[in-house]
Design a protein around this ligand. Sequence first.
Ligand code: COA
Length: 259
Amino acid sequence: MSLVLRENYSDEVVILTFNRPEKMNALNTDLLDEFMAHMADIEQDDAVRVVIFTGAGEKSFIAGADIAEYADGNRDAFIAFQFNGRRVNDYIEQFPKMTIAAVNGYALGGGFEIALCCDVIVASTNARFGLPEGLLGLSPGGGGTQRLARAVGRYVAADVLLSGNRLSGQRAYELGFVSAVTELDDLMTTALKKADYMLKIAPLAAQEMKKLLRISMDAALPTGLSLEQEVLFRLYSSHDGLEGIKAFVEKRDPKFKGR
Ligand code: COA
């Protein structure tokens, strides 16, 4: 049975479903390998512009790393798993296509970390975002402390990490890292509506803005502002920049070519 299901919703939009519902879609090595194979394939497909991630079943997006894989006390295997997880998360964050996490239940540990690497997060009301590693005597290893603090600030992050607060879909929406919260039945429709809008953004512009957003978390403001203008000047002279402006003036839809 496939641990990650791929659905080509359209030429431009792909849905990847983490598919271990009997284990709350916990991440094991085989699942991550399948996931990366799909992602590598999608990256090569010029038609695809948006990838939506979700979890199989009605309870869980991803309940974190597969704790059973940790249980044999093999330190080398544990470290290799963590390095691999970091590589996967960095790859998602830097993915050249736009990404949406459609969080349909528990997003714990590595599941929350994957959501935090996506461009847009939508959630169902039963979503629960948490980082429970401390309960296992561990701490996050796939960016949880760093990306959550950057996303919501140190004190909300501390509440999640140290006081076990699982943020509901509604709370995550209020905090601003989830951009829409819906009933579970409407979650994929909501994600697809977001995708529809994202398809209107010119491909190069989307890629460049993704990079700028990443940089905004780390670079000094003057550096970020200079990079922002460099990007804008490049886009202005690109085919798509010229076409977008021309189409607006001529009151027609633009035909972007990704160059
Ligand atoms: N790793 C391995 N197995 C997991 C898992 C994980 N992270 N999360 C859930 N499972 C398994 C359970 O062991 C159980 O398997 P079993 O039926 O063979 O016993 C199955 O998924 C269902 O989980 P269960 O705990 O019975 O469901 P629940 O509704 O009572 O609770 C959770 C759901 C997600 C709250 C609970 O499973 C949990 O706390 N999971 C661990 C989350 C975690 O610590 N993640 C960070 C890991 S570093």
